[in-house]
Design a protein around this ligand. Structure first.
Ligand SMILES: [Zn+2]
Length: 85
């Protein structure tokens, strides 16, 4: 379990507790159980070169999800899942 500040879902107000990584590890995205999803983060060359961790990839997706979100997002325990789609 990782911990981060994650805005509640703007559509269903649920706490977000899943962050998805693509199977190849090059992309990450926050998804809510209601079907809402945040912008996908794609690993940059710079991130690749410094050997970005899975956790940091997840954090990038969370940052994108939080843009325009709550002013003080709750601290949430989340898990990283591999998205096989
Ligand atoms: Zn939702």
């Amino acid at each position: 379990m990782k911990t981060s500040k994650i805005s509640l879902c703007p559509f269903c107000s649920a706490f977000i507790n899943k962050v998805f990584l693509s199977e190849d590890g090059w992309g990450s995205q926050v998804k809510c159980k209601c079907g809402a999803s945040g912008p996908a983060h794609e690993m940059t060359t710079k991130e690749f070169n410094k050997g970005i961790s899975r956790e940091d990839m997840a954090e990038k997706a969370i940052e994108l999800w939080n843009v325009g979100g709550m002013e003080n997002p709750p601290i949430v325990n989340y898990k990283i899942y591999i998205d096989i789609n």
